[in-house]
Design a protein around this ligand. Structure first.
Ligand code: PGA
Length: 250
């Protein structure tokens, strides 16, 4: 079944207000691509202003806390993201799993908090190079899905992003064959975990996606879109990826 493609840009810890100038051309590209969803995940400081300029773009947060409010200095809740205009949130990105030591259990609790607040959650999974070289990629991703995917998730509320850690920010995207194998496994696992709705959860690929490789990656079976870091930082480099999403949807 062909699911509606989602082309998502994660700005990570990049962007001051000047970067908001990238949004109008991206919003225009999104409006010209009604058959796909185009999303930007700006840093928290730009979220509300980005949402005001969204106009056809989906806007989301890069992380949320498990609680709704309280004494957690520096944290942001899913309710607060929604109030700022976000409709989506990324949870369990490999950089947070690495830098903040986030566990599958915590990632699942964050995803549940997001869903409870009415946001859609993008749950990230991915293996390191060492795990892949040991032949452990499939068991690792299986365990991450079992631990991180909220059992109440549906095709409407949940997206999964497969982002091999060794491909993130390295310029070394996974091969289409490797992506196809992993996405087929993830699809089967989502159906096992969630039942029928697991067939409608979009599965994104992330890791060194560019305007050059995006079309082929999105034409790969069970790839329902891409999560893009570096190449999402300007309209010049993200625009061609949006076009690739349109082409792959035809
Ligand atoms: P990259 O990042 O496109 O810069 O490799 C992907 C991601 O972390 O989402």
């Amino acid at each position: 079944m062909a699911l509606r493609k989602l082309v998502a840009g994660n700005w990570k810890m990049n962007g001051t207000r000047a970067m908001l100038a990238e949004l109008p051309p991206l919003a225009e590209a999104a409006r010209a691509a009604p058959g796909i969803d185009v999303a930007i995940f700006p840093p928290f400081t730009l979220l509300a202003q980005a949402a005001e300029r969204a106009d056809g773009l989906v806007i989301g947060g890069q992380d949320c806390h498990t609680g709704a409010k309280g004494p957690h200095t520096g944290c942001v809740s899913a309710d607060m993201l929604g109030d700022a205009g976000a409709t989506h949130v990324i949870v369990g990105h490999s950089e947070r799993r690495r830098d903040q030591g986030e566990t599958d259990e915590l990632v699942r609790a964050k995803a549940e908090a997001a869903l409870a607040a009415g946001l859609r959650a993008i749950v990230c999974v991915g293996e390191t190079e060492a795990i892949r070289n040991e032949g452990g990629a499939i068991p690792h991703i299986t365990a991450q899905l079992e631990g991180s995917v909220p059992p109440v998730g549906t095709g409407e509320t949940l997206v999964v992003a497969y982002e091999p850690v060794w491909a993130v920010g390295t310029g070394r995207a996974a091969t289409e064959a490797d992506i196809a194998d992993m996405h087929a496994m993830i699809r089967a696992k989502l159906i096992a975990l969630l039942g029928e709705t697991g067939a409608t959860v979009r599965i994104l690929y992330g890791g060194s996606v560019t305007g050059e490789n995006a079309a082929a990656i999105m034409a790969t079976p069970d790839v329902d879109g891409v999560l893009v870091g570096g190449a999402s930082l300007s309209a010049e480099t993200f625009g061609p990826i949006i076009h690739a999403g349109v082409t792959a949807s035809r």
